[in-house]
Each structure stands twice: as structure tokens, then as C-alpha cells.
Design a binder for this molecule. Structure first.
Ligand code: 5GP
Ligand code: MN
Length: 327
């Protein structure tokens, strides 16, 4: 395997150090957790000390994977570490964890717009998941791919590709998954843990949010909305909405989805998804957010009717602006 210079430099920096703290973005997902734990297990296999610290706990289905319940949830990190390895974060503030900037920071990410905030930076927008990058790093460190490491790499890829739906998938993605299966990953068990271990409140909440779904005038954009009152009435929580945004995309005509989640008052988390060449990240960036072409998010404030109108207009423009061969 040809090794790119960033991976080599990061592998050298890791070999030269002993104590690591690993962090990733707030409200972690399968890729952030999988990437962190795959690397944490690899570091421990090398005889190094690795602590994983996040601002928020993993979603309940992800909690079933090895090592996840042991992740430390804290708003700040202190203590003697030789390096902080940050994965999946465009900038350090996305961690929601303070104090990381006091260490030698290694930045490993695949999100467009990464700000190169580390002492060492490795950014690869072609990676379908940050877990693909971690797989390369584990190889560069000459750590054998154990079942625990492989399970987390596979978890990262399965979830970040939307179970192999998104355009970032490459032949490499499947090469890595093949290696993971050969290392002992059970793909049936991973899928069952991730997708078939919901609680009833989550299903009811999906029902309530989807029955209130609106479609734009062109019939191409689904608009979904959730506030605290709706969540309470359905007996679910905001965490239970993980993955809900992808469901409207299963309708053939729907090209994009925008999901408004009330934070408080007139402040909203806005999540967006799109199909194919529709660049939804460009819309998120206009509001100070970011993400990938097909999955992006931001925070926005204002009356919900006005916000919906603004976002729908911008998404319609993104749909009409995509390359003609994809229409
Ligand atoms: P989600 O809709 O699942 O919260 O996020 C979808 C994607 O967009 C994720 O890859 C996430 O990292 C990115 N994203 C979501 N919200 C923000 C944000 O406020 N800022 C940036 N830079 N990226 C975001
Ligand atoms: Mn990711």
C-alpha cells in the first residue's frame, strides 16, 4: 500500500508518544464513535494509554458496541496527555469539549471545509467515513486488525454511508469492509444492533413527525419538523429521531429533505439530506453550518414559517443547479 505523507507523519507522532486523549463531535454518530474506538483499541494494542472523551453520550443502538459505555462524557478535558487526536471535526469547537487545544492536536477528518486546526492535519474528503482513514492509520501503525478494531471500522462505514447508499462509496470502501469481515466482524449482528434495536417511543415519534410532514410546491422536497411538545406527546426524545431524516428520501420523487428541530423558542437545528449531485452542504454553509454534499446541517433562528420558506427556496435552487446529466 502506498502511504500518503500525512498518515506517515501521524503514525510517527503516535509512535513517539504514550498518552492520548481522543475526541470527536458533540452528539456523536456511528462514524465518530467507530473511528474513535477503532483507534483507541489500536493504541492500547500498542501498549499506549488512550482515553476517549466526548461531550455527549452515543445514541442507544451504538451503546451496544464494545467499549462505548466506557467513553467518558465531559465538557472539558484535563490531565497529562501527549496528544489529542480529534476525529470527524471541521474545527475544534465541534467537539463541545474544552481544553483540547492545550495538547499536541492531531486532526483527522473527511468533512469539506476542515479548518486545519491541528499540529498535524489529515483531511480526505474522498473517504466515505472517517473510519476508512482510521483503517489506514491502524495499518500504518502495523497494528493487527482485531475483531474489536474491525467492528468499529465497519460500524463507522455502515452508518456514514447510510448503509451503502451515499455517493462517497468507493471500491476502497468494500476492500476495507472485506478486511473487516475477514477479521471477524459479523455484519448481520452489526446491522441488527444499529437498525433493529429501537424503543417504542422512537417508532411513535417517527409516526407523529412523518404524519405532519409537508412537501414543497414542486413535489421534490420533504419538510419535517419537531418541537419539544411533539416529542413529549409521542413519548420519545430528540435522540430518538436519529435516522428519521432519511425516510422521506425513500420516496422516488423526493430529492431532498430538510428537518427543523426546535432547540428552544425560535432557534432550530436544521438537518438536510439530498440525493445524487444535489449539494446540500452549500446551503448549510450559507447559515454557518457544513457537512457533506448529501448530508449537512446548521443552526438557524427565526419564525418557523419564514425559515421553511427560505430553506425550501435555497434547496430548490440547489436541485435545479445540479449537473444536467443527473436530473
Ligand atoms: P446531521 O444532520 O446528521 O446533524 O449532520 C449531517 C452532517 O452535517 C454531518 O456530517 C455533520 O458533521 C454535518 N453538520 C451538521 N451540523 C453541522 C454544523 O452546524 N456545522 C458543521 N460544520 N457541520 C455540520
Ligand atoms: Mn463521518
Amino acid at each position: 500500500m502506498t502511504m500518503n505523507p500525512e498518515v506517515r507523519r501521524i503514525a510517527e507522532a503516535i509512535r513517539a508518544r504514550q498518552r492520548f486523549v481522543l475526541s470527536s463531535h458533540a452528539r456523536p454518530d456511528g462514524d465518530s464513535i467507530g473511528s474513535q474506538l477503532a483507534l483507541a483499541y489500536a493504541l492500547r494494542d500498542m501498549g499506549k494509554h488512550a482515553d476517549v472523551v466526548n461531550a455527549d453520550p452515543a445514541p442507544p443502538p451504538i451503546m451496544q458496541f464494545p467499549g462505548v459505555p466506557d467513553i467518558r462524557i465531559a465538557p472539558q478535558v484535563e490531565g497529562a496527555y501527549d496528544a489529542a487526536i480529534i476525529m470527524e471535526c471541521g474545527d475544534l469547537s465541534r467537539t463541545g469539549v474544552s481544553g483540547l487545544d492545550r495538547y499536541f492536536v492531531v486532526n483527522i477528518d473527511h468533512h469539506q471545509g476542515n479548518t486545519n486546526y491541528g499540529a498535524l492535519n489529515w483531511f480526505d474528503a474522498t473517504a466515505a467515513a472517517c473510519g476508512e482513514m482510521v483503517f489506514d492509520l491502524v495499518g500504518a501503525l502495523d497494528v493487527p486488525l482485531t475483531a474489536a478494531i474491525a467492528t468499529h471500522v465497519y460500524l463507522a462505514i455502515l452508518t456514514d454511508t447510510g448503509s451503502f447508499h451515499y455517493s462517497s462509496i468507493s471500491p476502497r470502501t468494500f476492500d476495507i469492509c472485506k478486511a473487516c469481515l475477514e477479521a471477524g466482524v459479523d455484519p448481520v449482528l452489526v446491522a441488527r444492533n444499529v437498525y433493529d434495536s429501537n424503543n417504542m417511543g422512537r417508532l411513535k415519534l417517527f409516526g407523529s413527525v412523518l404524519s405532519a410532514m409537508q412537501i414543497d410546491a414542486t413535489g421534490r422536497i420533504a419538510i419535517v419538523y419537531l418541537d419539544h411538545e411533539m416529542a413529549r406527546a409521542a413519548g420519545g426524545t430528540y435522540e430518538d429521531t436519529e435516522g428519521l431524516i432519511n425516510l422521506p428520501l425513500t420516496v422516488k420523487e423526493i430529492q431532498a429533505v430538510v428537518f427543523f428541530k426546535q432547540i428552544e423558542g425560535e432557534s432550530y437545528r436544521v438537518s438536510m439530506r439530498s440525493k445524487g449531485e444535489i449539494d446540500i452542504a452549500a446551503v448549510a454553509k450559507e447559515f454557518g453550518g457544513g457537512g457533506h454534499k448529501n448530508a449537512a446541517g446548521c443552526t438557524a433562528g427565526g419564525g418557523i414559517d419564514t425559515l421553511q420558506k427560505i430553506f425550501v427556496e435555497k434547496i430548490e435552487r440547489a436541485i435545479d443547479g445540479r449537473p444536467a446529466r443527473h436530473r
